[in-house]
Structure formats: C-alpha cells, structure tokens
Design a protein around this ligand. Structure first.
Ligand SMILES: [Zn+2]
Length: 324
C-alpha cells in the first residue's frame, strides 16, 4: 500500500468523511455515573478535590438521577458514607443504610436509570480496609460472608447490579450463591476484576472517607506492574459468575483493558477514577487544557482500548457535549 495510489488523508478531508469512517463513537448509553450518598436531608456538599461531584443525601441523589436519566446515561453506581463505622462494616448491611435507602428512593421515583451498588467494606470500616482485619492481616474468607450479606441487602432494596470492589478471592462466587439462594438470580454482578493498587484513587478516599488508617491495600489489590495476572483475575471472576468484568483505573491501564477485551467475551467496563478526573479538572481550572476536548478524547481512548462501559465522573458533562 503505497503512495501516491493510497492517500489516507483523502478520508480526513471533511467532517462528513471523518464521521463516515470513524471507528469508535461515544454514546451516553455506555456511561455509568458514580455518586456518593450520605445521611441527612437536603445535603449537597461539593467534594473539594473533585469539583462538580457531591456528597448528597438520598433526596438530592434522586434529583440528580432525574438529570442523569434525561441525559440518556444508562446507570449510576452508588457509594455510601454511613452514619457509623466499626471494625466489620456492620452499617453496610442494614435495610436503613444510606445506599439501601437511596436505591429504594430511585426505584420508587420510577426513573429509567440502572442502579448499580458498590459492594465493599472500606467505606464502612473504622480501619478503612476492604476486608475484616485480624492480627493486622486482612482476612479473606471471613470477609466474604459480610460482602454477600451486603450485596443481598442491596438486591432487596432493588439494585439492578451489584459491583464488588474489594478484591477478596472468591467474592464473586460468594455473592452469586447468596443472591441465587435468595431468589435474586436476575441481579447481575459487575466485578471489579482487575483492580490495581493505585495512587489515582486519592481524591476518592477523601470523597468516601475511606483511606486505611494503618497499612495499605497491596495485599489484596493488584500490583500496577502486572498484566498477565489481570487475565487470571478476570477468568476467575467469569468462572464464579460475573456478568460484566471491570478494569480499574483506566488511563494508566489501557493495555490491560485491551488484553481483557481480547481475551473474554463478556462486556468489559473501565473505571475512569477520581484522580484521573481531578487532574483534568485542576488543569482545566487553570485554563491549561480545553476540558471538553480532553474529556472526550480520554473517554474515546478508553472505549478504543476495549471498554464498552465507562464509569466516569465526567458522564454528565460528556453526555451534554455529545448532544450538541
Ligand atoms: Zn474497598
């Protein structure tokens, strides 16, 4: 294929031509918008490190979900900021927990928005780890029972999908079994399959008040240097019954998204995490970058890497920009 017979620029001449041959098109239907639910009413507090993202009480969450629906975004994923925390994350289980109440309220409002719940302990434990701690160690199997109970309580509240983010071994199987035993076989599992131990979660920890008090998450989240291991995590989650697999974070892991896409036939999601969002917002505030252009380029890149579903704090802005 050589010049002058072939001229790739021929198809780049006009927007009509470029549009005709475009390989990837962003659509709000592929977006999931993360939200933080807190106790109280009429609470709407901006998270300082994440401009435009709020801690909100249930009533406010429902209002923002109306907006999410009107923008054609497919779903929201809910994270809880509970009233109380303890060693085992007990406040994550109750029918009256913040997430459970938010799910119920969104469902009651009959909004055409998928409700996904994050299933983990770190937002609910006083030590901030994603599992139960015994003698300084995050113990795997004891954590599974609590996670399954939490997922069940979300399903009872009406969640369409549950999304375990803890990275304990065997959690997908444990959740699937618990949901099926309780006749929630239609509640799907979106597994955070390849979740890396990443510095890009910084702003989220402020948002979810979930930074570990002691130690770090290296004994359960994946080492950023590993790629083959992501395929193993994905394969295990599929075997245990995952319906959607996820790679998290997105930008420093586009190669992982591509490998996962090429090696499985389930829908693949990627989480465009808080640090990725905050860097864009900070640079945009300083007018160093064109926010709209950068965000759409980032989301396109994540999709091009192989993620058909993108969890992103930019979802509402991007959906608006795509409409115009
Ligand atoms: Zn966690």
């Amino acid at each position: 294929m050589s010049f002058p017979l072939h001229r790739p620029r021929r198809l780049r001449r006009t927007e009509k031509l470029r549009n005709l041959v475009r390989e990837n098109r962003l659509h709000p239907a592929g977006f999931v918008y993360p939200m933080f639910v807190c106790p109280g009413t009429k609470v709407h507090e901006e998270i300082s490190s994440m401009p435009g993202i709020y801690h909100q009480s249930v009533d406010q969450i429902v209002e923002e979900c109306r907006e999410v629906e009107s923008l054609g975004i497919s779903g929201v994923i809910l994270f809880g900021l509970p009233e109380t925390k303890d060693a085992r994350g007990t406040s994550s289980l109750g029918k009256d927990g913040v997430v459970q109440r938010a799910v119920e309220a969104i469902k009651k409002a009959k909004l055409d928005v998928l409700v996904i719940t994050d299933v983990c302990l770190c937002e609910y434990t006083d030590h901030g780890h994603c599992g139960v701690v015994e003698n300084g160690e995050i113990v795997n199997d004891a954590t599974l029972e609590i996670l399954s109970e939490q997922a069940l309580s979300h399903a009872r509240a009406g969640a369409d999908l549950v999304a375990p983010s803890d990275m304990m071994d065997g959690r997908v199987g444990a959740l699937r079994a618990k949901l099926d035993e309780n006749k929630f076989q239609n509640v799907a599992i979106m597994a955070y399959s390849a979740k890396y131990c990443s510095g890009f979660y910084g702003p989220f920890r402020e948002a979810a008040h979930s930074a570990p008090l002691v130690g770090d998450r290296r004994s359960y989240q994946m080492d950023p240097a590993n790629s083959n291991e992501s395929l193993r995590e994905v394969a295990m989650d599929i075997e245990e019954g995952a319906d959607i697999v996820m790679v998290k974070p997105a930008l420093a892991y586009l190669d992982v998204i591509r490998r996962v896409r090429d090696n499985c036939d389930l829908p693949v999601a990627a989480y465009n995490v808080s640090g990725e969002y905050s860097m864009v917002k900070a640079a945009a505030a300083k007018k160093w970058i064109d926010e709209k252009r950068i965000v759409l380029e980032i989301l396109t890149g994540i999709q091009r890497a192989g993620a058909g579903i993108v969890l992103t704090y930019h979802a509402k802005d991007a959906a608006r920009w795509l409409k115009n």
